[in-house]
Write a protein that binds this ligand. Structure first.
Ligand code: ARG
Length: 596
């Protein structure tokens, strides 16, 4: 396989695909050279050891990792003696047992720009494929995320789950998986008995229709306070919920409306966040059958104890404590519903993997129900995975009390709007400031959330996330806007000829090479994100690329460059950079802006 018509052919290495990741080709070329010099190693074996180099080195191979015995320095010398440069690899030096390789710049730059353009714009499908791979072909993953509770706060845990879950959905799709995304609403449980009771006293149909999420929460807060003072209210709520569980239509009627209106409202808000679900399911939709069977099975295994009529499962042996599976009045609970829900999902989707994106506060809950499914000997039980994340301190509006997603979105938009107004001249040129400020505000929230490892806690800061300086969402949007403007400003150079007909031999500046190389690493960034389930690597990539571009602006100019061949090569590079930065932002669920 060759990435370029005039390049030497390369052997195939499993798990690589130079037609989607140019750097795979360069790594294979390096591996082949080492394998030729040291025939005891196959190209495939060496390939696993071709790593990115540090400080200006393209690739490094640490020979000791192959445990060949003998003197590694001598092996390194053998590789160097036998080395012959070609169109892929230009040079090698050794530093004790480490071999450092440099790729040939013209090949590197041209083949990366070509691939970015081809896969972004010229695929048989709609394009937008640079960075993607087909590793997950034929495999199905179910991703459950967001999962707020109706009539309760949409807290920051739900926000993080939404942001991370939507990102994971994109990553799996980018890696060729068949993805089923679902929102598992907290739409069942005693609190709905409580709201039913409260609604008779505090509810208003009008307020409900205006904003179901907010109104139900208000009712919940009030009736909950009543229940704390008066146990009769609590008991009435329990009786009501029991009727719901028994399928009593008169008890379910209002609840159905609440659920529907809440979902509608959520859908609008998710849409603003560029988040979409294949299914809205919920605790209410989990059938009884499997919940009962789970209990029976665990009883047979001697793991169930009866405590005052409630059924508890004993997981002490696995240091997971004891957990209630069924209440005294026979009603189900969160844990049982999760067990039943997982089984039903397997029957429906036969997934190869199922991911739950849930805050680390629920680590114990998830390990309990994963364990129970294992004890029940479902062969697919080890296909479940909990993607967890840390806490966020201080998410509230500036006035102090945000509990609703729409308030957070509004606040982000209005802060950005104020920021933008400060620059009057620029502001006047923005076509739709409402939309633009909302997008940038949301980008700020998302980038702040995804910038560090999931498990880290962080404190929510409007000032930090809405600044155009430093590593923020607005900065990334600005970088994309600036790159987008280059086409508008240089119509004389467009449209560009086909990649093969663009002469890039002048693109030799270190900054140009760095930008090209970085773009070349993007397919690797996507693969790593799939493995680690971490968005932070993609965020870091977006910043590195943006920084590299911003240091190139001054020296690698397009407008004012008298040599047209040179100018054309440069604009091509910037357009590719826009495409790759755009791809990274989209992967992060962000809608890149063209103007601001
Ligand atoms: N609704 C739950 C909550 O807000 C989160 C649901 C997480 N998913 C699950 N399958 N348990 O705490």
């Amino acid at each position: 396989m060759s990435t370029h018509p005039t390049l030497p052919n390369l052997p195939h290495v499993p798990g690589t695909d130079p037609s989607r990741c140019v750097l795979d080709g360069f790594r294979i070329a390096i591996a082949q050279k080492i394998s030729n010099a040291l025939p005891q190693l196959t190209t495939e074996q060496v390939y696993q050891g071709v790593d990115f180099g540090k400080k200006g080195v393209d690739f490094t191979v640490a020979l000791p990792r192959f445990r060949l015995g003998g003197k590694v320095d001598e092996l390194a010398k053998t590789v160097i003696d036998k080395f012959e440069p070609d169109d892929y690899v230009e040079s090698v030096i050794s530093d004790k047992a480490f071999l450092h390789f440099q790729c040939r710049t013209p090949t590197l730059v041209k083949s990366i720009l070509t691939q970015v353009t081809e896969l972004t714009h010229n695929t048989p499908t709609k394009g937008g494929e640079y960075g993607t791979n087909s590793g997950g072909k034929g495999k199905k993953v179910v991703i459950e995320y967001s999962s707020p509770n109706i009539a309760k706060q949409f807290h920051v845990g739900h926000l993080r789950s939404t942001i991370i879950g939507a990102f994971l959905t994109n990553v799996y799709k980018a890696c060729g998986w068949d993805v089923v995304s679902m929102n598992y609403l907290g739409d069942w449980g005693t609190q709905f008995g409580l709201i039913a009771v409260g609604f008779e006293k505090y509810g208003s149909q009008e307020a409900l229709e205006a904003d179901a999420i907010k109104h139900l929460y208000e009712v919940y807060v009030k009736v909950n306070a009543d229940a704390e003072k008066d146990s009769a209210v609590r008991e009435e709520a329990q009786r009501w919920f029991k009727r719901m569980e028994d399928g009593d239509e008169s008890a379910l009627k209002n609840w159905r409306v609440w659920r529907e209106l809440s979902v509608k409202k959520y859908e609008e808000e998710y849409d603003r966040l560029n988040v979409h679900f294949d299914y809205y399911t919920g605790e209410s939709l989990v059938g009884k059958e499997w919940q009962d069977k789970a209990l029976e099975r665990l009883e047979e295994m001697g793991l169930i104890s009866d405590e005052d009529g409630a059924k508890k499962v004993d997981l002490e042996k696995w240091k997971m404590g004891k957990a209630v599976l069924r209440k005294k009045d026979g009603t189900s609970i969160y844990l049982t519903r999760d067990i039943g829900g997982a089984i039903e999902r397997y029957e429906k989707y036969q997934f190869d993997k199922m991911i739950y994106v849930v805050a680390s506060q629920q680590d114990l809950h998830l390990s309990q129900f994963f364990k129970i499914l294992k004890l029940m000997e479902f062969p697919w039980a080890d296909r479940l995975e909990h993607v967890n994340f840390g806490m966020v301190q201080g998410m509230s509006t500036r006035k102090g009390t945000a509990v609703f997603l729409d308030q957070i979105i509004k606040e982000a938009s209005s802060i950005m709007h104020e920021q933008m107004r400060k620059n009057e001249a620029k502001y006047a040129a923005v076509e739709d400031p409402e939309y633009v400020s909302m997008e940038i505000g949301i980008t700020g929230i998302k980038i702040q959330d995804m910038a560090a490892k999931r498990i880290n806690n962080y404190s929510f800061s409007w000032d930090r996330m809405t600044s155009f300086e430093g590593d923020t969402g607005p900065y990334l949007q600005y970088a994309h806007v600036r790159l987008s403007s280059i086409e508008r400003k240089n119509p004389n150079l467009l449209p560009l000829p086909a990649p093969a007909d663009i002469d890039t031999s002048s693109l030799t500046e270190p900054h140009a090479r760095e930008i090209a190389f970085l773009m070349g690493t993007y397919p690797d960034v996507v693969r790593v994100a799939l493995k680690t389930h971490e968005p932070s690597g993609v965020v870091t990539f977006a910043f590195r690329l943006s920084h590299a571009i911003s240091s190139a602006w001054e020296t690698i100019v397009v407008k004012g460059e008298p040599d047209e061949v040179k100018a054309r090569a440069r604009i091509w590079m910037y357009i590719c950079a826009r495409d790759v930065l755009g791809a990274a932002l989209r992967l992060l669920t962000i809608r890149p802006l063209e103007r601001m």
